[in-house]
Write a new protein. Structure first.
Length: 641
């Protein structure tokens, strides 16, 4: 097991913790490495999803185009939506959370480092399985929402839908395990003095998202398993002609699907709640309101799913309820927006790339929020549903909001993660190019949508009057691709030649800036002691601490000793640092589960062969679990000392 022996003021590196080269990555249990693996793999998937989007935009650029066949177009929009949501945005958020949350709360790792490794492998294999479908007869082509009964065997005969079910299933298990890990980590492993009321807002939002995830995702998992049974084993859950119910699928899907959009956006709201105060050189305005409005959004998010179903005909009462509940969500969202604006108000703004992206987030998210409000009104919605207006809406929130929020976070934390600074000039070019081309791409969709252009059509006739808007959108999309290439170039060059990053390049307030860039494996030599919401500002500017008071603490506890625990002062009470050993067990378990998944897909059609594959998968999984149990036993801190 890995132990770092420490003498006063110095820490010797843990003896066995990091294996060199690839082995180090394949066997890692370090939350920082796992975070980077999430970020890199999610970005690769994101680029693939972007290429799919470009192909669609090229097809739609001019009327009556034949660049893509209708079937390939259907595969493209299904894989694009699925990829962006499950393999792009979600894991980008998880990656940032994985890297930053333990550092922000003063912990040495996540609560369950091996479970964390299992999550990343299941995610990667789930994503790969989805993409295998392209090579075995065609990708899923039924939309990322996979409406019944289109998904039944007679309408979707290829294995595409089955790959979708298993691929999403694997990433789902990864997400649920990850969410439990975040919850336990955040609730149990905060540094002494960091009450919930002093927790950074990014950590708050990650906590809320983890709870949303464990309530929302299992619903999708169960629904997709029902679908798998419908397709292969003779059940009829979603088959209306055989006594099933196609609308049931919509309820189950959107009961997951709407909370899912908050799973995508809330972490990025957390990011900009860190970025805005740092670059406004002011504490966040209304900390408690920003935190608790996030909780409120999380709750309300479970009460609005049928706003995706206004056109189904659920009746006036249901429509009125779901419409009103959707309007209600605008309240906590508006609270956040006003608090962000008030944070910048009279601040001394430092317009770094990260800050520009945070401001870009607020402005574009407002536009997406407003189109959301119009869509939440049932009479308006029946006009606009399934039109390009919806495509405009969702991209203003998902791209204008979430993706810009991710960029705010990446430009903010890249120096921490890599030890190198990104090129700010290139970053600003990227920001402006992206903002302009994003609006070129998606703003015209409001107009074409209101002029009646339906979503999910692979082409349209020249007389429809949508030509100009579509051409502009396609040009915008091509320019967007250039902005992403700029980013890629920036990362690839900066990682090798960028200026060396200091520990605290932005004059930050939270604990991750207290350690070197990149941080040592064990994060903190001495667990810091926290006395306010801004531990690092307290340390750097003690007079401000006095002036501001120690936020979130009862007045009586203010006058504690000024020992903030950043420097190791004596060697007396120091114990060796305990870190989890590297292990291949989570990787082996995931390989087993993936093979099991392949078996399940073909069980209906190739009984015996598929069953043997499942058996092999189970055996590999069992081997992995055995070595997992063994290493957990050896690695237990109670065994060692
Ligand atoms: C590179 C920029 C992007 C472009 C040009 C683009 C373009 C498109 C197009 C043309 C469609 C298909 C519309 C249809 O025929 O129904 C679409 C759908 C969609 N996009 Fe994007 N998109 C981009 C980025 C994103 C991002 C970042 C996300 C989310 C994180 C996203 C999420 C979705 C979703 C969920 C759908 C619906 C898919 C479906 O209806 O099955 N897109 N996008
Ligand atoms: Cu919704």
């Amino acid at each position: 097991m890995a132990i770092a022996e420490r003498t006063a003021g110095t820490v010797s590196p843990p003896s066995v913790s990091v294996r060199p080269g690839w082995a180090g990555w394949l066997s890692t249990t370090d939350h920082k490495r796992i975070g980077i693996m999430y970020l890199v793999s999610a970005f690769v998937f994101f680029l693939i999803g972007g290429i799919e989007a470009l192909l669609m935009r090229i097809q739609l650029g001019v009327p009556d185009n034949t660049f893509l066949t209708p079937d390939v177009y259907n595969q493209m929009f299904t894989m694009h939506g699925t990829t962006m949501i499950f393999l792009g945005l979600m894991p980008l958020n998880v990656g940032l959370g994985n890297y930053i949350v333990p550092l922000m709360i003063g912990a040495r790792d996540m609560a369950f480092p091996r479970l964390n490794a299992l999550s990343i492998w299941l995610f990667i294999f789930g994503g790969l399985m989805l993409y295998v479908s392209f090579f075995v007869g065609g990708a899923p082509n039924v939309g990322w929402f996979a409406y019944a009964p289109l998904t039944q065997k007679q309408f979707a005969p290829t294995a595409g839908v089955d790959y979708w079910i298993i691929g999403i299933g694997l990433t789902g298990v990864a997400s649920i395990a990850g969410a439990l890990n975040f919850i336990v980590t955040i609730l149990n492993m905060r540094a002494p003095g960091m009450t919930l009321n002093r927790m950074p807002l990014f950590v708050w939002m990650q906590l809320v998202v983890a709870f949303i995830l464990i309530f929302a995702f299992p619903v999708l998992t169960v629904a997709t398993i029902q679908l798998l049974f419908d397709r292969h084993f003779g059940t009829r859950f979603f088959l209306p002609n055989l006594g099933g119910d196609a609308v049931l699928w919509q309820h189950l899907f959107w009961f997951f699907g709407h909370p899912e959009v908050y799973i995508l956006i809330l972490p990025t709201m957390g990011i900009i709640s860190e970025v805005l105060p740092t670059f406004s050189r002011k504490p966040i305005f209304g900390y408690a309101f920003v935190a608790y409005s996030g909780v409120a959004i999380g709750f309300l998010g479970f009460l609005v799913w049928a706003h995706h179903m206004f056109a189904v005909g659920l009746g006036p009462l249901a429509n009125a309820f779901f419409g009103a509940a959707s309007f209600l969500i605008a309240v906590p969202t508006g609270v956040k927006i006003f608090n962000w604006l008030a944070t910048m108000w009279q601040g001394s703004l430092n317009l770094t790339t990260s800050m520009l992206y945070a401001i870009g987030f607020i402005s574009m998210f407002i536009i997406g929020g407003i189109s959301g409000i119009t869509l939440a009104s049932p009479p308006i919605n029946v006009q606009q549903t399934d039109s390009y207006y919806v495509v405009a809406h969702m991209h203003y929130v998902l791209f204008g909001g979430a993706i810009q929020g991710i960029f705010a976070g990446v430009f903010y934390w890249f120096p921490k993660m890599t030890g190198r600074m990104l090129n700010e000039r290139l970053g600003k070019w990227q920001f402006w190019l992206m903002l302009i081309s994003f609006n070129l791409t998606f703003f015209p969709m409001h107009l074409s949508g209101n002029e009646g252009m339906p979503r999910r059509i692979y082409t349209y006739e020249a007389e429809m009057g949508w030509n100009l808007w579509n051409l502009i959108s396609t040009i915008g999309a091509l320019l967007l691709a250039v902005a992403f290439l700029l980013f890629l170039w920036n990362v690839l060059t900066s990682i090798r030649r960028g200026p060396i990053a200091p520990a605290d390049p932005w004059d930050g307030a939270t604990l991750e800036w207290a350690v070197s860039s990149p941080p040592p494996v064990y994060n903190f030599a001495v667990t810091p002691r926290v006395r306010s919401r801004r531990p690092l500002w307290d340390k750097k500017y003690p007079h401000l601490h006095e002036a501001n008071g120690s936020h979130g603490a009862p007045a009586g506890r203010l006058a504690g000793p000024l020992d903030d625990g950043f420097e190791p002062e004596t060697s007396a009470a120091m114990e060796p640092i305990h870190l989890p050993s590297p292990t291949y067990a989570p990787l082996i378990v995931s390989v087993g589960i993936m093979i099991l998944g392949f078996g399940i897909i073909y069980l209906g059609d190739f009984g015996l062969i598929a069953a043997s594959a499942m058996l092999v998968g189970l055996l590999i999984m069992a081997t992995g679990i055995l070595s997992w149990v063994r290493i957990s036993h050896v690695d237990s801190p109670y065994q060692a000392h």
